[in-house]
Design a protein around this ligand. Sequence first.
Ligand code: THU
Length: 130
Amino acid sequence: MSRDLFEAARAAMAKSHSPYSRFPVGAALRTEDGSIYAGANIEVASYPEGWCAETTALGHYVMGGGGRITEIAVVAEKMARITPCGGCRQRLAEFAAADTKLHLCDDTGIVETVTMGEMLPLGFSRETLK
Ligand code: THU
């Protein structure tokens, strides 16, 4: 069921531009209408200017028209089970609900599934700004 999402994340990972860390990452998210938006990490010679796979995927998601996110997959070539960095947890939480499934993968498939709420408990949100 979620295998195709994992495969989209892994295919995106193959496009990673990570010559400095040599740590390719891929992310993919699915929306309610069945669309899949994927991305890889993109590094820059001026190191702080690079960005994460989740961020690339979110850019595609927003440009594709957005929509309710039903599940997310993240994969790293060199990790048994990657978890999104703190900044990406916040970026994902901007668009995904607390009960959205987040699949943590290795390069063979899904290792563990958690929710966004578990990944970013007590997060800062737009509610705080009201
Ligand atoms: N990276 C991601 O793409 N996503 C994460 O959630 C963690 C880290 C990337 C950033 C950088 O290109 C490389 O992994 C090493 O930190």
